[in-house]
Design a protein. Sequence first.
Length: 251
Amino acid sequence: MSDGTPADQFLDAAIGLLRRVKEEESQTVTAAATLLADTVEAGGRLFAFGAGHSSLAAQDVVYRAGGLALMNLLAVPGAVGVDVVPATLGSALERVDGLATAVLGTSPLRAGDTLVIISLSGRNALPVEMAAGARALGAKVVGVTSVAYATETTSRHSSGTFLKDHCDIVLDSKIAVGDAELALDTVPAPFAPASTVVTTALLQAVMATAAALLADRGIEPPLLRSGNVDGGHDWNRHVFEQYRDRIFYQH
């Protein structure tokens, strides 16, 4: 552990992880961004899904100033965040076989679309079945996960597989099993998770690259502007109208 206060130690750990991601995941970031750009260019739709705290990174790329307007949240009631009561229900739903199939069967996801699935461990039934089911529909899947879990834990799905086994592209967040960066003799458990920081940064790197790739192809990226700057709402209304058949969070 580095010297300094716990705050210094956590920030140093997060910076170290971000450096690793920058150095080791640059090719997969480009590959994921290329897939998103290809999907947009071909008239497909973009979706993001995450359960529990992994949903934070999914929500961060949906209806976001500076982000792609075509990214839609694929929501699973009770599993999207910690607003469900009791919060432990969300964790339980992640382990329910068949839930992903029911969600996909009532969602707008179709062949030609791309689904980004975020799951730190990638071991529960929900993300595994979501990825496998999406690919069976003809959609492409980008998984954002910690590959370490696949070698240091066991799958909770009947197939014995992990999210990473059902993806076209896998982004490895490098997060250690347990998602806790700090340990102190005076604290009985490891603490200070960094998965949200790293996963969000990974996805924003993908979105930035996808936007630039579209521009390089002569396609104006369907980006949203902040509603808190002059003209932002007018700009966004134009984008919503232009892409209304590919945006599902408005209707």
